[in-house]
Design a protein around this ligand. Structure first.
Ligand SMILES: [Zn+2]
Length: 387
């Protein structure tokens, strides 16, 4: 059962804000925001989508911090009532839509915190995804360091041995013989380096970051979308609950992600594909094993599907050049404090060109009014391509 994953992790106290009330926008607002999001997607040169547990709840996998989330219920001594097994869960409309958007050229990269493997199962190529917290359907060899797609969900978490030998071949065609380990991080494990490097570079290069179904409370994953904003890009957040980065968002959409993404695809006239088991690497692997023969040691002989990040992708010169050129924009110092609410003659503009007065859009919920940031006030932008 997918909920057992949580039981396998070490005890950990600081699980962030749990069970915050969900917010639902009006139908009229949702439509306007979907049109805006489609417009941003059309005009963005490099879009990165950041996904969390909220995109998998519609297939029966509970989230962590929602009103019925794993950690929210744990605090009350309860367990989620609905909980599908990892093997039975299938990609949702959102997973399939992201595959379609990547193929259509609207999405350049996906960064996920999810370990359910549903992006992989949707058919997204490895080149376009960073899995920051691991994947239940992959394993990693301790000898050749390659990752492979499994025929079913692994039964361990926390980077432990799964009791299988590496199915990969060495250059001379001999079996590698290394041991396979799961890729699921426990609390305080380091993130996989290549996944994190690519996620970081793409987030900095992005002209648009879209966050779907995450409260962005886990670091460093939750801070990546802000890299886009700090470098002059746009940020859209779609989540039912408030998130840690709401103050940075240009557009916040509060409703079910499946509904938003389905509508955005309609506006962009991109067909929404159904889940297709014939391109699901997990299903393909299980069929290969079923068709295969056993070697003298009783191990299945089959051609494994490699799920390793290629060194060339991390060292992509074009991406690295863009990454180096994208500098953090300097923030304008405010000529007043936010405690000063007296009428001002001057106005500020947000990224939509809408004018607003000081004090109107400030989020002072942190209690420390001097720490309020001004994500929309951008100045001293230099065209780095000329330098
Ligand atoms: Zn190996």
């Amino acid at each position: 059962m997918s909920c057992n994953y949580a039981d396998g992790l070490s005890p950990y106290e600081n699980k962030g804000k749990l069970g915050l009330p969900e917010i639902f926008d009006s139908a009229e607002d949702i439509e306007k925001k979907c049109v805006k999001l489609a417009d941003l997607l059309r005009n963005s040169e490099h879009t990165v989508v950041h996904t969390g547990a909220g995109i998998s709840t519609s297939c029966g996998i509970p989230d962590f911090r929602g009103p019925n989330g794993v950690w929210t219920l744990e605090e009350r001594g309860e367990k989620p009532k609905i909980c599908i097994s990892w093997n039975d869960a299938k990609p949702t409309k959102t997973h399939m839509a992201l595959l379609a958007l990547q193929k259509a050229g609207y999405v350049s990269y996906i960064v996920t915190q999810n370990i359910d493997g549903l992006h992989l199962r949707s058919g997204i190529p490895r080149k376009y995804i960073s899995e920051l917290h691991g994947n239940m359907f992959t394993s990693k060899c301790d000898s050749c360091q390659r990752q492979f797609v499994m025929s079913e969900a692994v039964k361990t978490v926390g980077l432990k041995s799964i009791g299988m030998n590496c199915p990969g071949l060495k250059k001379k065609g001999r079996r590698c013989r290394g041991k396979l380990f799961d890729t699921i991080l426990d609390w305080e494990d380091s993130l996989p380096e290549d996944d994190l490097d690519l996620a970081h570079m793409h987030s900095c290069v992005a002209t648009l970051s879209i966050c779907l179904g995450t409260t962005l409370q886990i670091v460093p994953s939750g801070n990546l979308p802000v890299h886009t904003k700090k470098r002059g890009g746009s940020l859209v957040i779609c989540n039912l609950q408030p998130t840690k980065q709401d103050r940075h968002a240009d557009v916040m959409i509060h409703t079910y992600v499946d509904d938003v993404i389905k509508r955005v695809l309609e506006i962009l006239e991109v067909p929404l594909p159904d889940y297709d088991s014939t391109i699901d690497p997990v299903v393909i692997t299980s069929l290969r094993i079923a068709d295969g023969i056993k070697n003298s040691e009783g191990e299945e002989e089959f051609t494994p599907i490699d799920w390793t990040i290629n060194a060339e992708w991390v060292q992509d010169k074009e991406l690295f050049k863009k990454f180096k050129m994208k500098k953090v924009l300097k923030k304008k110092k405010l000529p007043y404090t936010v405690n000063d609410t007296s009428p001002k003659k001057f106005k500020h503009e947000n990224s939509d060109g809408e004018k607003f007065s000081p004090g109107v859009t400030l989020d002072t919920s942190s209690g420390n009014k001097n720490e309020v940031e001004w994500p929309f006030v951008v100045c001293e932008f230099k065209n780095e391509s000329k330098t």
